[in-house]
Design a protein around this ligand. Structure first.
Ligand code: SAH
Ligand code: SF4
Ligand code: F3S
Length: 463
């Protein structure tokens, strides 16, 4: 007779590797949840895995190249374990669909971001000797009913996805094609997840979406504008400012962050809610992409340089010490030296805490790939990027130095990367702080006197 114990011991092992943005890392927890509900257990050791899933990103060409390199390496795992199942999930799977099965012979499963509930079935098809694919995008799926198990967690901070997809169609971006239509998740399920995290000892949550400021719950389904709702739907709807407030009240002892804000949609209301609640961090990620209105128009970002800078002034007038970070793309189609200078000047005026900076990478089938010529030579893209990085590093260092001799509150996330004798955490503005350990524990909020700073880190001591 097979007893319960032996069934448990014989659970098949799943190893998940995540690439790309926070939403993808959050999705990996959804994937793990679905798989563990269907007889698998997760492992951190790829060599004992029966199933390996790569949850992939397609945002730039080099993101996809990393996956192809990783797949080459996985060939040897398959040689030593001929029953090993390899799945490519996420955005690259959605972008390439069947092509991925044709190009990468060792891939057994291909699944897009809206088909994760099908994964156990897809794996079963492979068990039966086939290869399996599901890349259907949904207009409703939010996985809102699942309570994600947490992977590779520090036990302190966790992500909560509040919406999926994106309707923005920025001309350079592959996300609308890999993640489908925008849809918001039921606020009730978001509050339940936040409460559950609090109960399990987590101290910080980040609400996630590609464009959180267009969050709007009106009962489910593809995005609608508030003005197109019926009067009854309007009364019962929840927008992002309201959701943020609900979460802040529901888990008053947790730090709350959110990402990403789109400059066109961020409202004063949201910033007022941030200001009103102590537990909402004073930090906004507000990608500009470019400082030139001409380039912004070609990017279909739906705002100008002036509009963007007005948002910065609006935020700082309500929360003077608000940390603001940015994304910049260097060398987008037909970007001139003048346009590039406008980007540098926007960075100079905005004084970001930090910035994620990229060279433009043309993505097949996006509006830019179809209509615009990727006509800036690689070397020029590289030079412009270097210049942007140099400027931003100088600003980050200058801003970080202003914290020296100040006391900041830090939530301890774990050991510092460089030494186990030091803690690492972040201040309210999301700047990394490192300090020597004394009697504190992970998850504590502590007051730190900052004594020194680099471009990326504040260094201090507990007081
Ligand atoms: N939803 C977010 C962005 C998600 S993608 C927003 O609208 O701000 C994260 C970042 O990747 C973008 O902000 C952009 O700076 C960068 N990115 C997206 N597509 C890119 C491309 N084709 N080439 C280079 N960088 C790109
Ligand atoms: Fe991409 Fe634009 Fe959507 Fe961001 S808002 S995910 S850049 S299409
Ligand atoms: Fe990459 Fe998909 Fe995120 S393309 S950046 S993993 S939404």
């Amino acid at each position: 007779m097979v007893n319960q114990q032996s069934i448990i011991q014989n659970k098949r092992k799943l190893y998940i590797e995540s690439y790309g943005c926070a939403m993808n890392f959050s999705d990996s927890e959804i994937i793990a949840t679905i798989m563990t509900e269907n007889g698998f257990e997760t492992t951190n050791n790829e060599f004992e895995a029966d199933v390996i899933f790569l949850n992939t990103c397609a945002i730039r060409e080099n993101a996809e190249q990393r996956i192809r390199d990783r797949l080459k390496h996985l060939r040897s795992n398959k040689k030593s374990n001929k029953d090993l199942i390899i799945g490519v999930l996420g955005c690259m799977a959605e972008r390439l669909k069947n092509k991925l099965l044709e190009e990468e012979k060792l891939v057994d499963v291909v699944a897009g971001p809206d088909s994760y509930r099908e994964l156990p079935k897809l794996v079963a098809e492979v068990d039966d000797g086939g290869r399996a694919i599901n890349v259907l995008l949904s207009r409703e799926e939010t996985y809102g009913d699942l309570n994600p198990i947490r992977l590779n967690t520090n036990g302190v901070s966790a992500f909560i996805s509040i919406m999926r997809g994106c309707d923005n169609m920025c001309s350079f971006c592959v996300v609308p094609y890999t993640r489908g239509r925008e849809r918001s998740r039921d606020p009730k399920s978001i509050l339940i997840e936040a409460k559950e995290l609090q109960k399990n000892g987590f101290k910080e949550i980040t609400l996630l979406g590609q464009n959180v400021n267009s969050y709007l719950w009106f009962g489910g389904g593809p995005k609608k504008e508030f003005k197109s709702l019926t009067p009854e739907e309007q009364i019962n709807s929840t927008d992002f400012a309201q959701l943020l407030e609900l979460v802040a009240i529901e888990v008053p002892n947790m730090r709350i962050r959110y990402s990403t804000s789109h400059p066109r949609d961020i409202t004063e209301n949201v910033v007022h809610v941030m200001n009103k609640y102590e537990n909402i961090c004073n930090y906004i990620h507000l990608p500009a992409q470019s400082g030139s209105s001409k380039v912004l128009e070609l990017m279909s970002r739906n705002y100008t340089r002036e509009w963007y800078l007005d948002k910065i002034y609006m935020i700082r007038s309500i929360i003077p010490n608000c940390g603001i970070s940015c994304d910049i793309i260097a060398g987008f189609c037909s970007e001139t030296d003048e346009d590039h200078k406008e980007t540098l000047s926007l960075i100079e005026i905005a004084q970001f805490e930090f910035c994620y900076m990229y060279k433009y990478s043309e993505r097949p089938a996006t509006p830019a790939a179809k209509k615009l010529e990727d006509n800036i030579p690689e070397s020029v893209k590289g030079d412009r990027l270097t210049e942007i990085i140099k400027l931003q590093n100088a600003i980050s260092l200058k801003k970080n130095m202003t914290y020296v001799h100040q006391v900041v509150e830090v939530l301890i996330e774990g050991d510092s990367k460089k030494s186990k004798d030091f803690w690492m955490g972040r201040n309210d503005q999301n700047v990394v702080v490192v300090f020597p350990k004394t009697t504190e524990s992970k998850g504590d909020k502590v007051k730190i006197l900052i004594e020194n700073a680099t471009t990326t880190t504040l260094i201090g001591k507990p007081i």
